[in-house]
Design a protein around this ligand. Structure first.
Ligand SMILES: [Zn+2]
Length: 94
C-alpha cells in the first residue's frame, strides 16, 4: 500500500486494480482513476457553521469529505463561489 494522505492509501489487494482506501478502516472509496475522493461522503458547510469566528458570507463555503466506512474526515476544501454577474447593460451604438 502507498499512503497518499493522512487517512488515504492506494491498494490493489481487493480488486487487483489501483483503488483508494481508508487507512483507518480499510473501506475502498473507489478506483484511483476516478479521483481520490470520488467515493467519499461530502457535506457543504458555510464558514460560520464550522466556527463562530467566521462571519456569514455568500462567497465561500467549505466542502468536507468523509470516509463512508468510519466517518473519518478526509479533507476540508474551501470553495469560492463565483460572484453574481452584474446585470447586462443595453448595447449602445456610437
Ligand atoms: Zn474509514
Amino acid at each position: 500500500m502507498n499512503r497518499i494522505s493522512e487517512y488515504l492509501e492506494i491498494t490493489d489487494r481487493k480488486t487487483g486494480k489501483r483503488d483508494v482506501c481508508c487507512s483507518k478502516c480499510g473501506y475502498i472509496l473507489g478506483p484511483l482513476s476516478k479521483g481520490i475522493y470520488s467515493g467519499a461522503v461530502t457535506r457543504n458547510m458555510i464558514p460560520n457553521e464550522i466556527s463562530p469566528v467566521y462571519t456569514k458570507t455568500d462567497q465561500t463555503l467549505f466542502r468536507l469529505y468523509y470516509c463512508p466506512g468510519c466517518a473519518t474526515q478526509l479533507k476540508v476544501e474551501p470553495i469560492v463561489k463565483e460572484a453574481p454577474r452584474p446585470p447586462q447593460l443595453p448595447e449602445i451604438e456610437l
